[in-house]
Design a protein. Structure first.
Ligand SMILES: [Zn+2]
Length: 374
């Protein structure tokens, strides 16, 4: 039986995306912090494949190629003798597709070809940027992928340009911007970004990265309302960061502007219980495709799949080892607390307020003003 495509799956219920690749691979020692190198697909293919497989086992419907920041101009950008260029975009993308195909085969998952922003757009102009996007599209042409997804764009004009090249593949197109309260890099509002993304002809629009689940839900509500006002019907996607960062809500670059970025963010990682709550709220808001970005780990995706199991009419593959909110396995626990029935409920866990374990740790910090990407 041929596998169901993205649009059919979206019409039938929630689609669950995967979590962070680049950021998680960096933590595991397979990417360089700061530049977030994509070479792991060639240098440590087994590490990339293992992480893909963990997301698939957690219930992801999609395996996204680990090709973030793999355009030739980005590979050459900010590199020198400490971070040399060891591979080209074409070879990285080919390897990324092969790994995604292997992992996707395990659970009838869809393969998503990723597109990310290119430095040429700002430094050299539209023609040079188009060339990079066209090369990326060409790399995906014969790789048997199911749809394409642009992520992390902070300039509506750049994602519009990227979309025009993505569309040449004749596959479903998803566009995501890393926008929050203040809109894009030039201050174009969330509402205008939403309508302009939709008008490129993309099938799914929304946000990813930079902001946490709560800020992202506020942005998604604005996107939904803006599209409704224009009588535009589109599927919605969001893939927030796995870090809780309400203090970064007003900063255009979200959690990247926090002083803890990138080495001290760990205490902010959302719990699997918070991931449950977010999946429910996102689905009820009308978000059709729910996944995760930087900071997300497989157990967060598992929470999405467990929470939305009734709508999806199936449990994630990991159900043989895991149950939502403890479940039956807790009955055999060695601790008396875990054996209590009252502890195995969503209400109990929703009531827990996790501590950081650091007596002098503040609840929030101040974003660094003026921080920008360049
Ligand atoms: Zn991210």
């Amino acid at each position: 039986m041929p596998k169901k495509g993205l649009l059919q799956r979206l019409s039938e219920g929630p689609v669950i995306g995967d979590g962070s690749m680049c950021y998680t691979l960096e933590k595991r020692g397979y990417a360089k912090c700061g530049v977030f190198t994509p070479e792991a697909v060639v240098e440590y293919p087994e590490a990339v494949l293992q992480l893909h497989r963990e997301y698939v086992r957690s219930g992801a419907d999609v395996v996204q190629t680990a090709a973030f920041y793999s355009s030739d101009d980005k590979l050459a950008y900010h590199r020198n003798e400490t971070v040399e260029i060891s591979h080209c975009s074409a070879s990285l993308n080919k390897a990324a597709c092969e790994l995604a195909r292997k992992a996707a085969a395990q659970n009838d998952c869809l393969i998503a070809g990723g597109f990310s922003p290119v430095p040429s757009f700002r430094d050299e102009g539209e023609a040079a940027a188009r060339k990079e996007f066209a090369k990326q599209a060409e790399a995906y042409r014969d790789e048997n992928i199911d749809f394409v997804i642009a992520e992390f764009f902070h300039d509506i004009a750049e994602i519009e340009l990227c979309a025009s090249e993505m569309k040449k593949l004749n596959l479903p197109v998803i566009l995501c911007m890393r926008i929050g309260k203040t809109g894009d890099v030039n201050g174009v509002s969330v509402e205008e970004c939403a309508v302009r993304m939709a008008k490129t002809g993309a099938d799914v629009v929304g946000t990813n990265c930079s902001f946490d689940c709560n800020t992202t839900l506020k942005t998604m509500r604005r996107i939904k309302d803006a599209l409704r006002k224009e009588n535009i019907n589109k599927y919605l996607i969001c893939q927030p960061t796995g870090f809780l960062c309400p203090d970064a809500e007003d900063h255009p670059n979200g959690f990247f502007a926090l002083p803890e970025y990138p080495l001290c963010l760990d205490p902010r990682i959302m719990t699997r219980v918070e991931a449950h709550k977010f999946a429910r709220e996102a689905w009820e808001l009308g978000v059709n495709y729910i996944g995760g970005c930087c900071g997300f780990e497989p157990h967060h995706i598992r929470s999405f799949a467990e929470e939305l199991a009734p709508e999806r009419k199936r449990n994630p593959p990991v159900h043989d080892m895991a149950r939502a909110f403890g479940g039956d396995f807790f009955k055999n626990s060695l601790t008396s607390e875990m054996r209590k029935e009252s502890l195995r409920t969503a209400e109990h866990w929703y009531g827990i307020r996790p501590a950081s374990g650091r007596p002098f740790s503040p609840a929030m910090t101040e974003p660094v003003s003026g921080m920008k990407f360049q």
